[in-house]
Design a protein around this ligand. Structure first.
Ligand code: GDP
Length: 505
């Protein structure tokens, strides 16, 4: 771990080049976020941790799956914000730190200043009477690497790090992706026991089966014991980074636990069937003491942005209220997200992702608010305004109903008069609509005329036929569908009713 540009990647590369066994010629090394190095006949697994502040969360998990953290500090730059964050994470996770004072080759390198700064953060070097091991290195010039690696092995001996290869296997997901050809591929770092090909995999509430395990060179592994990083193929649902994964010989056992987890969650959800929260009323609810914090489920297009959004949200807090992110995930907002939000009185924010049709339906039914954003700044601004009770009402699109075109009565230069059937909801004069043909958008407009038999009417309900005029488009065919909707302001609280919200800046 360490501040950006202090040399983490360079150090990993240097160790990889000097200590990783020769790859087979032509073998393609895949990025699996972890690799093993041979040092004096012992194997050490290194886990890459991304360097940027936005990925703090991933690093935090990184420190939980690791036994030792190597904290890289550039001797010419000293202790920086992400160095301090890393120290805090390690303390929190009770993971011992070995300091690598890097870039010692630089003319302006000042190791003493680094050690001085580290002491201020509770890492007092051994040479100054403390118990923090600090090694001076140059990743660029490959100096001090052996000493650093020796220190890692020594520390491991002192900590008596041991794992039982015969215990029931479990590991932690450190990276995962959906490969279009292979399906779900997750890098799992085995914590204890030994995974074998063909074993059943339990992660979250889903059971899969190990079809293959691959090492970083893409070579198949028959077995993966403690500390082995391997790409696992065979998950039935994408796991989340940081998830625990368990291995079972018998499918029944894995399924029993998965079922128990599902029913436990469902019971918890029933217990919590309480009024729902929307961003517009959260301030009032918090003031009235109905809820203590704004809970948020975050979905984003990639894990990195999900975590960046989460970190940005967690930094928001006003006197009366704070934010709790109860789940972050990758991909479209789905039914699971809605159920979780519903059960926990949370709202859902989607960042650069869509919402599945079923999730939308369920959210309407459950009264869960889903808000979509493309810009992190806009998202955090809205949440902050909501926490201060200053969020302007949002204009939202409310679906009304659907009409199927059954007959074309009249067609002139600019409009079409058609007969249709209201197949869902209702039709309303003045409503906006989208004209679709096999789900493709043909035209958008507003319903200026609506008839029932010859009479002009304001509304026609589901199950009834109606006559209508499409204006501005003549490309209307039997079988087309009109999706009707209206624009409405979402409920909001009146800022004037809460003077404190107005004066607070
Ligand atoms: P990361 O962001 O912590 O992964 O940092 P990198 O490994 O990408 O290194 C940032 C920059 O510092 C790169 O230009 C490296 O070449 C350079 N760098 C890394 N280690 C050393 C070192 O020991 N000495 C010098 N002079 N430069 C280094």
């Amino acid at each position: 771990m360490g501040h950006v540009d202090h040399g983490k990647t360079k150090l990993l590369d240097a160790i990889r080049e000097t200590h990783v066994m020769e790859q087979e010629a032509g073998g393609i090394t895949q990025h699996i976020g972890a690799y093993q190095a041979e040092i004096n006949g012992k194997t050490v697994t290194f886990i890459d941790t991304p360097g940027h502040e936005a990925f703090t969360a991933m690093r935090a998990r990184g420190s939980q799956v690791t036994d030792i953290v190597v904290l890289v500090v550039a001797a010419d730059d000293g202790v920086m914000p992400q160095t301090i964050e890393a120290i805090e994470h390690c303390k929190d996770a009770k993971v011992p730190i070995i300091v690598a004072v890097n870039k010692m080759d630089r003319p302006d390198a000042n190791a003493d200043r680094v050690l001085q700064q580290l002491s201020q953060h509770g890492l007092v070097p051994e040479e100054w009477g403390g118990d923090t091991v600090a090694v001076k290195i140059s990743a660029l010039k490959r100096q001090g690497l052996d000493e650093l690696l020796d220190m890692i092995l020594l520390q491991a001996d002192l900590l008596e790090l041991k794992a039982d290869p015969t215990a029931p296997p479990f590991g932690v997901v450190i990276e995962n992706e959906v490969d279009p050809g292979i399906g779900i591929v997750a890098t799992v770092l085995v914590q204890q026991g030994t995974f074998e090909k063909g074993m059943y995999l339990l992660s979250g509430e889903s059971v899969g089966r190990i079809k293959a395990m691959l090492d970083e060179s893409g070579r198949p592994l028959g077995k993966a014991g403690p500390s082995t990083p391997a790409r696992f193929i065979g998950f039935s649902e994408p796991p989340q980074n940081g998830d625990r994964v368990y291995g079972f010989k018998e499918k029944k056992k894995a399924q029993q636990i998965a079922e128990a987890r599902i029913s436990h969650r469902e019971q918890e959800q029933l217990k919590l069937a309480a009024p729902r929260v929307s961003l517009e009323d959260v301030f009032a609810r918090i003031r009235e003491g109905e809820i203590k914090e704004l809970k948020i489920v975050v979905k984003a297009d990639v894990q990195g942005s999900a975590e960046a959004v989460r970190d940005a949200l967690l930094k928001l807090a006003v006197e009366e209220a704070k934010v709790d992110v109860i789940r972050t995930g990758v991909g479209q907002v789905n039914e699971t997200d809605v159920m979780l939000a519903s059960a926990s009185q949370a709202i859902i924010v989607g960042f650069n992702v869509g919402i599945t049709a079923n999730a939308r339906k369920l959210a309407e039914h459950e009264g869960v608010q889903i808000r979509s954003y493309q810009i992190v700044y806009k998202l955090t601004e809205d949440i902050e305004l909501a926490l201060r009770g200053l969020l302007e009402p949002e204009i939202v699109e409310v679906p009304l109903g659907k009409v199927e075109i059954r007959a074309i009565f009249h067609r002139d230069r600019n409009s079409v008069v058609a007969g249709g059937m209201v197949v869902a909801g209702k039709a309303q004069r003045g409503a906006s609509y989208r004209l679709k043909r096999e789900d493709k958008l043909v035209f958008e407009g507003q319903l200026s005329s609506l008839k029932r038999f010859k009479e002009d009417v304001r509304e026609v309900n589901e199950g009834y036929e109606c006559g209508l005029r499409i204006e501005g488009c003549t490309d209307v065919q039997e079988g087309d569908a009109l999706e009707l909707y209206v624009h409405e302001k979402q409920e909001s609280i009146d800022a004037a009713a809460h003077p404190s919200a107005v004066t607070e800046t």
